[in-house]
Structures are given as structure tokens and as C-alpha cells.
Ligand binder design. Structure first.
Ligand code: CTP
Ligand code: MG
Length: 422
């Protein structure tokens, strides 16, 4: 059999079934009857998170969402809307689920494109699955397996029991707790489902069991502890936002002004004597411009060129201290509080040493920070480059700031610290 390639655009890349047709009856008392796969987490339904992990793996070609028949039309509509705001990056279709999970898988298989050769079957109730696990399952298929399950060793001792009495203790070393996504050769899984439909016996709780019944070998890859199947009311704790953690950010700014007749040189709002002038639309304070850009960087708000364009006649000769103040307002409104600025002036001339203390004091005043939170450095470039040729002056600024914690809706569950940070 030729080995599958499995990049998401390869012809034989697997499709994934996202099973979302269950009733969630074991959890219903805590959800007001809503089936668990439709509960929101970070503002999006759980089944969407499961689908996103499939997409982020970069190995799946498309998705079949399997929904309860009576909800399918509404969910299809919701998916279309979600895809407009959050790119899923994969083609998808919807299928009607059935009475049992096994029915839902069989009906999902029927909705796959005709030439699908490999398929992943995943529970929508496992929203924390990582793209890395999807990749592990695909890698085993690529190596020739016809069936693959992720599994974890069990930590509890497992016994068979009946009517409140223990019948036997199973040897723990040979037991494994099996998860999804499970990966299959599509033809083999279809054959296994057809055989199961024809055979008596209760519905299977996973698909690998149906291959086992046919005597097909099922390969095991390591599962992951975060890949919990939300089942009981207490599992809802995993969806609660974690305690917000403080967030820090850094912004960097850089600016250049050409020497030439225009505006008398000012740095950090301090007039610098010596007869140097810069060409500028505003008052040409290269240091305050670099500082403003660094502040905007902290708040991811672009740059001063965007907010105060050269083409704006009202900014002709405007004080850079005023622009800085407007930038500070924007940054604070974005929830960012600057706490430290490190500034570097690069100029061959004039000599900066006599002005450093005054610049530091004035910048601290403009930022509303104590001078101990502002550092001003100056250097020449040893006669090299445009500063060396006395053609201009440049400045760098690095600002550190504290930012508002991430919106609770975007915040990680403690169980899922890695999956969302990929
Ligand atoms: N599932 C399905 N169709 C069914 C039953 C289950 O698509 N007829 C899906 C569920 O939506 C879930 C996954 O299969 O994503 C695993 O099933 P399970 O955890 O048992 O979910 P439910 O059957 O919904 O829950 P419960 O058994 O508590 O009713
Ligand atoms: Mg069930």
C-alpha cells in the first residue's frame, strides 16, 4: 500500500469527523439540559475548539461536523458565521448524527468525500486536544497502521464489579485509557462499521473496538492528560477562567531627523543650544517621537505616523510634548501603564553630556514617572554613517509597561496551558 503523505493539501490527507451529536445526559443537570459540546468556552462552542485543533495540526484536509438532526441547520448557520470571524482554514460539511455514538460515526463516514482514504474520529467533548496529538495519530497512520488510538496508562486499580460486589481485579500494567482522535484507514473503518451493524451486541463506545472485532491490528500512541472528555458536572470546572496573571509588555521606538534649517533642536522637550536645527513637520523632537512610538508599541497601537500624519496641516510645528500626551492617553485607554523608559540619543554633535540630566527630568515629568524610571544615554557613531557626517540625529526608546490581564474569555484553563499557546 503506498504510504500517505499527509500535509493538509495532499490528496490523501485525512478528513476528521467531529462528533457533536450526543445528549450529554451525564452532565445535563449542570448545564440546564444543554448538550456539553455546545457550551461556550472563550466565547466559542466547545466543538469549535476541537475542530480548531484538527485544523492547527496542519495535517487534516477537511472536517465533517456531526450534529443532532434537529440542530443541524442552526449549527450549520452558526458555523458559517464563525468562519467569517475566525478562519478555520479547512473545508467542512455537516451530517446528521444518530441515536448512539456508533450511529453518528457511521453517518459521518457517509458524508465524507468519496475518495477519502484516511479518517480521524474525534469527540467534540474533548476540546483541549492538542495539534501535537493529532500529528502523533497521523504519524502512526503514515507508518502503515490501519487503526490508531491515543492512550494513557491507568493510575487507578480497575476491577470488574456486579451488584455491588467485586468479580475480579484486572492487571493494571496491561490497561490503558483510550482517547480520541482515533485514526483509521477509511475503507477498513467503513467495513468495521458495516460488520458491527449486522452483528448483534450493544453499540461500541469507540471505533477501534470495531476494528478489533474484525481482528485488525490497532496501534497505540501516547495520549495526553489535558485531552479530557468532559463528561460529569465537575468537569465544567475546567471551563472556568484561570486566575488572571499580570501581563507585561515592551515597546520599541526609533526615529531620525535630518539636520538643516527648520526647527531649533529640542530633545525630550528640552531646547538644546548650539545652533543645530532639524527638518521636521512638527517641532522635530526626535527623542520624543521615538518615545511615542515605543509607547504605542506597548499597546500594539501602530506608530505616530499613523495617528499624526505629516500631511495634517494642524500638526505644523506642533509641540512633540503635546503629541506625547495624546499618545499617553491612547495607551492608558488601552489598559497599558508605562513604568520604565530607556532612551538612547545617537549624535556626533552637539555633545549630549551637559543635557542628559535635564532631558531625563523633563521626560519623567512628561510621562508622570519618577526620574528613577527614566534612563537617558547618548552615543556617537565614531564619525561613521549619517550621524558621523553630521547629516542628522537619531534616537531609540524602549518602554516597559504593565498591561491589563487578558480578557477572561480568552484566558487559559489551568488544564490547558500548552494547547492554546502553540
Ligand atoms: N456523540 C455523538 N452521537 C451520539 C452520542 C455521542 O456524536 N449519539 C458524541 C458526543 O457528542 C461526544 C462524543 O460522542 O462528543 C463522546 O460521547 P459521550 O462523552 O458519551 O457524550 P454524550 O453521549 O453526549 O454524553 P452522555 O453519554 O453523558 O449522554
Ligand atoms: Mg454517551
Amino acid at each position: 500500500m503506498p504510504q500517505p503523505v499527509f500535509t493538509s493539501d495532499a490528496e490523501d490527507a485525512p478528513w476528521a469527523l467531529v462528533l457533536a451529536a450526543g445528549h450529554g445526559s451525564r452532565m445535563a443537570a449542570a448545564t440546564g439540559g444543554e448538550a456539553k459540546q455546545f457550551l461556550p468556552w472563550r466565547g466559542l462552542p466547545l466543538y469549535w475548539h476541537a475542530a480548531q485543533a484538527m485544523s492547527r495540526s496542519g495535517l487534516t484536509a477537511g472536517l465533517v461536523f456531526v450534529f443532532p438532526p434537529q440542530r443541524r441547520a442552526a449549527e450549520e448557520e452558526r458555523l458559517r458565521a464563525l468562519c467569517r470571524s475566525h478562519d478555520l482554514g479547512l473545508p467542512w460539511v455537516c451530517a446528521d448524527g444518530g441515536e448512539t455514538r456508533q450511529d453518528s460515526v457511521r453517518q459521518g463516514l457517509a458524508a465524507l468525500p468519496a475518495r477519502t482514504r484516511w479518517v480521524l474520529v474525534h469527540d467534540a467533548a474533548r476540546p483541549f486536544v492538542s495539534p501535537a496529538l493529532v500529528q502523533r495519530v497521523c504519524a502512526a497512520l503514515r507508518e502503515g497502521a490501519v487503526g490508531v488510538v491515543p492512550a494513557l496508562p491507568v493510575t487507578d486499580t480497575i476491577k470488574t464489579v456486579a451488584e455491588g460486589k467485586v468479580l475480579a481485579t484486572l492487571p493494571r500494567h496491561s490497561l490503558a485509557a483510550v482517547q480520541t482522535p482515533q485514526g483509521f484507514c477509511c475503507a477498513t473503518l467503513r467495513r468495521a462499521h458495516a460488520a458491527a451493524l449486522a452483528a448483534p451486541g450493544g453499540p461500541a463506545t469507540d471505533d477501534a473496538a470495531l476494528l478489533e472485532a474484525l481482528g485488525e491490528e490497532v496501534r497505540v500512541v501516547p495520549g495526553e492528560t489535558v485531552n479530557v472528555k468532559l463528561t460529569h458536572p465537575q468537569d465544567l470546572d475546567l471551563l472556568r477562567p484561570a486566575t488572571p496573571i499580570p501581563r507585561f509588555c515592551t515597546g520599541m521606538g526609533y526615529d531620525v531627523h535630518r539636520y538643516g534649517s527648520g526647527r531649533p533642536l529640542r530633545l525630550g522637550g528640552v531646547p538644546i543650544e548650539g545652533g543645530f536645527e532639524v527638518v521636521a513637520h512638527s517641532d522635530g523632537d526626535v527623542l520624543l517621537h521615538a518615545l511615542a512610538d515605543a509607547l504605542l508599541g506597548c499597546a500594539a497601537l501602530g506608530d505616530i505616523g499613523r495617528h499624526f500624519p505629516d500631511s495634517d496641516p494642524t500638526l505644523e510645528g506642533v509641540s512633540s510634548a503635546l503629541l506625547l500626551d495624546r499618545v499617553l492617553t491612547m495607551v492608558r485607554e488601552a489598559g497599558v501603564t508605562p513604568c520604565h523608559a530607556d532612551l538612547t540619543i545617537v549624535a556626533q554633535k552637539p555633545r549630549m553630556a551637559p543635557h542628559g540630566a535635564a532631558i531625563r527630568k523633563n521626560v519623567a515629568r512628561l510621562l508622570g514617572l519618577p526620574p528613577s524610571c527614566v534612563n537617558v544615554k547618548a552615543t556617537t557613531e565614531e564619525g561613521l554613517g549619517f550621524t558621523g557626517r553630521l547629516e542628522g540625529i537619531k534616537a531609540y526608546a524602549v518602554v516597559s509597561a504593565q498591561a491589563a490581564p487578558l480578557d477572561a474569555a480568552e484566558h487559559s484553563s489551568p488544564l490547558n496551558p500548552t494547547a492554546e499557546r502553540l
